[in-house]
Design a protein around this ligand. Structure first.
Ligand SMILES: [Zn+2]
Ligand SMILES: [Zn+2]
Length: 278
């Protein structure tokens, strides 16, 4: 998506001028999206799936770990997603220069309270966008073309987080310019939002339940989607469409009925892990 630096020029309202302004920044935009995926997924993989893997063994959701072939496929397809997100960032830059989008360069322009509130707001909006578009692409007539690739990772890894069909990547990307048509968000705020999105996505696919539990095995933050929540979606599609929060699944009665039992199983057990789906 978009890059907070260099600071864009003021809106130009001229298409050719807007394109010529964004053109020199295209390599930086691609690099930014590439680094977000590579650093985000690598950090989660190295910290959770490697460094802490022994300590987190009792919280491993499945007994089997995905192989390198799966991870290689995920990384290769994710590079295409990086290019689609970068193309979207270029569109956002042009839209900004044309004065169509309400992105702004100085994060303090509307005050720091608005800066923080705009990030919270876009996360809430993105959660709703993701839930409903996710349900849409699970429709049988769309699933094969738009979402099948992501579900090829039956047992996901942090690298699954960008493993999308082209159409799914575009559907995810277009959210940002649509929001910027109505909601002013600074370029730094966009950077924080996209980085949070990437990290939550990578953690949600890591295969270890890292979210805290109460002493009786319930999610401490029941309104947040845990790793088990999204892992169950990969194990048994048709439930758990949410991205950051559980409320849409609860309101629409699409939360997996086994979710709380699965969360309890992985969060308080001491014995060796069992597969999530048998
Ligand atoms: Zn899905
Ligand atoms: Zn997923």
């Amino acid at each position: 998506m978009s890059h907070p630096l260099p600071t864009p020029a003021a809106p130009a309202h001229d298409l050719m001028l807007a394109v010529s302004e964004i053109y020199p920044h295209i390599p930086a935009i691609i690099q930014n999206d590439l680094l977000r995926y590579v650093i985000g997924a690598s950090a989660v993989f190295l910290i959770i799936n490697t460094w802490l893997s022994r300590r987190l063994l009792s919280r491993k959701i499945r007994s089997i770990s995905p192989g390198w072939n799966q991870m290689r496929r995920e990384i290769i397809t994710s590079l295409r997603t990086v290019l689609i997100f970068a193309a979207n960032g270029v569109m956002v830059g042009i839209g900004y220069s044309m004065g169509w989008l309400r992105a702004y360069a100085d994060p303090a322009e509307f005050g720091w309270l608005y800066f923080a509130a705009s990030i919270v707001g876009i996360v809430f909006l993105h959660d709703a966008w993701f839930y409903w578009t996710h349900r849409l692409i699970h429709r049988p007539e769309l699933f094969r073309r738009l979402h099948r690739l992501h579900h090829k990772s039956f047992n996901p890894t942090p690298w699954t987080s960008y493993a999308f069909n082209t159409g799914e990547a575009a559907l995810n990307a277009v959210f940002l310019p649509l929001v910027l048509l109505v909601l002013p968000i600074s370029f730094l705020g966009i950077f924080v939002f996209t980085t949070h999105m990437m990290l939550r996505n990578a953690i949600g696919h890591c295969g270890y339940e890292v979210f805290p539990a109460t002493s009786d095995g319930k999610p401490l933050f029941s309104w947040l989607t845990s790793v088990t929540h999204h892992d169950l979606h990969h194990a048994q599609a048709g439930y758990n469409y949410g991205l950051y929060f559980t409320w849409w699944d609860r309101w629409m009665k699409t939360e997996n009925p086994r979710y709380l039992a699965e969360f309890k199983r992985v969060s308080i057990r001491q014995e060796h892990p069992e597969p999530v789906c048998s």
